[in-house]
Write a protein that binds this ligand. Sequence first.
Ligand code: PAF
Length: 302
Amino acid sequence: MKQITKAAELTAAVEEAKKQGLEIGLVPTMGALHEGHLSLIERALKENDFVVVSLFVNPIQFNNKEDLEKYPRTIEADLDLVKSLELRVKDACTDRLIAFTPTVEEMYPQGEPKEVYHFGPVEEVMEGPRRPGHFSGVAVVVRRLFDLAQPKRAYFGEKDYQQIAVIRALLEQIKYPIELVPCPIVRADDGLALSSRNMRLSPEARAIAPTINATLEQAAEMAEYEDVDDVKEWVVDTLASFHEVNPSLCPNGLKFEPEYFEIVDARTLQPIDSWEAAGDLGAVGCIAVWLDGVRLIDIVKF
Ligand code: PAF
């Protein structure tokens, strides 16, 4: 693995790889890597000749200053993890894996970018109205990474389900011939979706956090015989009342506070009111829940 901090140096490495006819895979991350990210990098290494992993906490996608400040930064451990993939993946030798770790000034040399992206209905639901400017900020950094890494394929985790729809819309807008590769969520043994934010949970909160996935899995079973609105209501009520039903597991006012749970068409992300209304990709349930001051998201496919 080679670490690169300068955009010009990344461009030079990419140009050299292209000259050799190598296919490039891009895995954009904000660092604080876990097995979920490693699964994306591993897949990218298997499917491409040359892989760029970016580790950059993108300030312009945070609509909440405190969230940006609290976002975990673990660069040395991250680089060790990326290096460890060289042992795990056959042929992932030094010269075909790049960790791109720019500063904010390197990514945005002209200061805060002025460009603003709009994606219509896919961004007007769920995360969109709750995090104004978030998806535009994601689009700005992802486009910059596309320009620098010139990938054939780009890898994104399905936990951020709406982000994938937004990147798909971005690719349609900018007409880059990049294959978007959505990758399944990686979960801890107890079912909790791996997330960089999990490390901010107290031990008590971490112990009950798998309830989110367990509730979603039960919702998928209920979908066999209950209608959409009943499933939605049941999920929100089950999580919101968890501390009342299980007081011994919830010391010091610990509780789940669901921000939203929507059941949407998996392609358009528009809410559906009956299972039959879902299109070719089916329906997906997307949730955001506060627990112990940490905002967790997860999905379930119906
Ligand atoms: O999903 C993330 O970690 C970020 O939104 C991304 C895609 C790396 C852009 O900063």
